[in-house]
Design a protein around this ligand. Structure first.
Ligand code: GLY
Length: 369
């Protein structure tokens, strides 16, 4: 058995948060091992990759956290690209949020951060936009990254190049502790053996499945169904974020359409007729002609949600166990700031007053009765 001094820090979950935190810690010289049950089910492979604190209309502390992350993303992505040699498809394309009335527009929580478009300007920004939309907000600050095809792969490669050890097909069954100190985890390996893995430090970032491993945190799945269309290459420059449906054009014209938001579905896997119908109705309501573009792929996944829809970040009740989960609709946006804050906590780096305040706010204890 490895001596305690040489034991790696365990990352429980090989999704976007796990990879981002592993990368950040490996860059600081930490020895890291990622335990992943099935990386393909990670929300990072499902999401549309929007970087959208303004279009999503985030509020209060979540908006601040989103803005902080948005600011960090260009440098974060540059580092990942340097470490991996893979371009992540970061695109500062702006997001258009259309409205039927000026009153609805002015009620959008981040309205004062956007540029008001009249109908004519909206038509110029979004060719083919449906007639019902009279006005819009353009958020030039928001953008996208090609999470499914590039960012996830780039992070995996960057982690490997920094010596991070990966174990795929490993299910973490339980977190083991003595009094209030982490002692290890019990795991079931891909081949079926059950083992105890001693460790002194671990980060729990298992997305929607987090509270199956650590029951103290209130996380539940919110299913999302998606699809993609192959649009003409320059048909659409901006993301369009309508109520219930968004349209995200990648550089090569592949256009991601999202997403249902199904709380009652639990972990029920698969596409449904009503979910897919909802996506097509959403396209009809925004850019009807896009419904004639060739359909490429349909998929689903599970957002990790908390009762207040904000993430759970930082220390847990156990010394040595850190939490980075519950990012709900904003995982891609918040990965950069999550990795930075969690790595700073673990390495005992100094945190500025805003970072301290946000970590305090997003601690799991806010859900304690
Ligand atoms: N970020 C958009 C969604 O979760 O559907």
């Amino acid at each position: 058995m490895a001596s305690s001094a040489s034991r790696p820090l365990l990352i429980i979950g090989g999704g976007l948060m796990g990879l981002a935190i592993a990368h950040e810690l490996a860059k600081k010289g930490r020895k890291i091992e990622i335990l992943s049950r099935r990386r393909s089910e990670a929300a990072g492979f499902v999401a549309a990759g929007m970087l959208a604190p303004h279009a999503e209309g985030l509020k209060d502390n979540l908006f601040q956290l989103g803005q902080l992350s948005l600011k960090r993303i260009p440098k974060w992505v540059q580092t990942i690209e340097e470490d991996s040699g893979i371009n992540c498809g970061l695109k500062n394309c702006g997001i258009v949020v259309p409205f039927c009335s000026e009153e609805n527009r002015d009620h959008h929580p981040t309205a004062n951060h956007g540029l008001i478009l009249n109908r004519k300007e909206l038509e110029a920004e979004v060719p083919g936009i449906a007639a019902q939309w009279h006005t819009a907000l353009l958020f030039n600050q928001d953008g996208q990254i090609d999470n499914r095809r590039r960012l996830m792969r780039a992070l995996e490669k960057a982690c490997v190049s920094l010596g991070v050890h990966f174990q795929e097909g490993v299910e973490v069954l339980d977190v083991l502790h003595e009094e209030e100190t982490l002692q290890g985890v019990s795991i079931r390996k891909a081949e079926g053996e059950i083992e105890i893995r001693p460790c002194q430090e671990a980060v729990l970032c298992s997305g929607a499945w987090s509270n199956q491993i650590f029951q103290a945190i209130p996380i539940f799945p919110v299913k999302g169904q998606m699809m993609s269309l192959q649009g003409p290459k320059n048909a659409l420059q901006r993301i369009v974020f309508g109520p219930g449906t968004y349209i995200v054009p990648r550089e090569d014209g592949l256009t991601v359409i999202g997403a249902t938001s199904e709380r009652e579905a639990g972990f029920h896997e698969g596409l449904t007729h009503s979910g897919q119908k909802q996506l097509h109705q959403g396209i009809d309501a925004i850019i009807p002609s896009a419904n004639r573009w060739p359909q490429m792929e349909r998929w689903w996944g599970f957002r990790p949600c908390t009762p207040d829809e904000g993430p759970i970040l930082g220390a847990s009740i156990l010394k040595g166990l850190w939490l980075a989960t519950g990012h709900h609709r904003n995982g891609v946006l918040l990965a950069a700031i999550t990795a930075e804050l969690i790595a700073k906590c673990i390495c005992k780096d100094s945190l500025n007053s805003q970072e301290q305040r946000l970590l305090k706010h997003f601690n799991w204890r806010r859900f304690k009765l």
